[in-house]
Design a protein around this ligand. Structure first.
Ligand code: PRT
Length: 110
């Protein structure tokens, strides 16, 4: 599991290293230069393609679309200054808490 997350941490570092570099030589740099709206839009498109793959394509296509989606999500995090570790910590905090119980506890608070 830690190894799986490590690839996302590594990819995030590569993404950060592309900030301010030549958009003609790096797709990531091109995305940064086009701004957060465009990055968010690309993430949305890749999310939809992942949904389509899950509903009507095979596992290979689903894996490929999921990889596209995760890459674009990491670029979005980088543009927002969100370190992946913050998300991993939130997921870790939730481990062992049932989503059903968590929703009930939210309902009681409001
Ligand atoms: N994981 C990815 C990755 N996944 C998808 N993509 C690119 O995402 C693009 C998606 O294509 P689209 O046609 O949807 O997007 P588009 O060409 O911007 O088209 P528009 O919608 O903007 O018109 C393709 O160019 C893919 O190559 C990625 N580009 C880079 N990475 C990683 O980022 C690293 C650094 O890449 P560079 O920044 O290009 O050096 C790479 O080594 C990879 O590890």
């Amino acid at each position: 599991m830690a190894q799986d997350v490590e690839i996302l941490n590594e990819l995030y570092k590569v993404i950060l290293s592309r900030r301010g570099t030549d958009p003609d030589k790096s797709y990531t740099a091109k995305l940064f230069s086009r701004g957060r709206g465009k990055i968010a839009q690309k993430f949305g498109e890749e999310s939809v393609e992942t949904i389509v793959a899950a509903l009507s394509e095979g596992r290979d296509e689903l894996a490929a679309e999921s990889a596209d989606m995760l890459y674009h999500l990491l670029v979005l995090w980088a543009d927002c200054g969100l370190e992946p570790g913050k998300v991993w910590a939130e997921l870790e905090r939730r481990l062992g808490t049932s989503g059903i119980d968590e929703k009930k506890s939210r309902a009681k608070k409001s």
